[in-house]
Design a protein around this ligand. Sequence first.
Ligand code: FE2
Length: 327
Amino acid sequence: MNNRRGQEYPVTWQVTANGAREGGMNPFRLDDDKAYRQWRDHKLADRPASVEEITVPIFDAGSLTAGERDAILSRCRLANAAVYQINGRPVADKGALVALGQQFGLCHLDNNLRSDEDCITSLRVTPRGEHKEYIPYTSGRMNWHTDGYYNRLDQLVRSFIIHCVSSAQTGGENRFMDHEIAYILLRDEEPAYIAALMEPDVMTIPENIHQGAEIRPAQSGPVFSVHPVTGTLYMRYTARTRSIVWKQDSVTQEAVACLSGILSPGSPYVYEHRLQPGQGIISNNVLHCRGSFTDDADTGRKRHLYRARYWDRIRGTEYCDMFQEVA
Ligand SMILES: [Fe+2]
């Protein structure tokens, strides 16, 4: 595979005779600075600089042409995210979203507490019922996070699709950052920050108690983890300051503060986009946040998004798929 400047990616992964990937170089190993430097330099050089560069027009989300699919996949390989813009058949229901995901190998939907029976969530302001306790169902600002940061570690959310059915009267813009870029900025600042954030007890989300009953147990885990077979980097994170317990040692505290700074306003690595009806984002669960918004009951302009979360990563974007292998 060649990068956008026509150069071959470095060989950083080895395949043994029986097909298993083991032993080889991996940029996410802290003791493998050579592989990290190679990967980092290519990643930064190829990084799409604007939302326009990762936006792909499509006709029918449920049935992409080969060219449309390749165009989306190529953006996801570079930025872990793509924005699609439907110019043809509108998404009539959640079925089209399911079909869109399947075209990228996204088949295992995360069944979170508040998703509908089909595991796809309708995100809109719900003033009544228990949903009002959760920020996604209000018009409030949502801080930086990856989806499912409170999930069990064997049920990591590795990708998501959000699709805009209708936009708010004002506000509701999305900001997102490739989590691999966040990793680079942290490691370049201080490799010990990465080591701290890979500790299995670095971040704990307390149990979720509702009306005296535990509906989700406490969950500890690392911020960064690497898949043992594919070599792919995953990230769990929330910038919330309540209902989260960070490890108390000084290097963790410094790492968390550094990451917060990386995500502060004005970063050139943040994509900002206000989704229009018929647009959506498909992503390998990149870091993201949402601005507050205002609906207008009189005109019916109410923000309504579908959100699908998957345990799968977008097929063809695993680290081992991105780099040339040697037999
Ligand atoms: Fe989210």
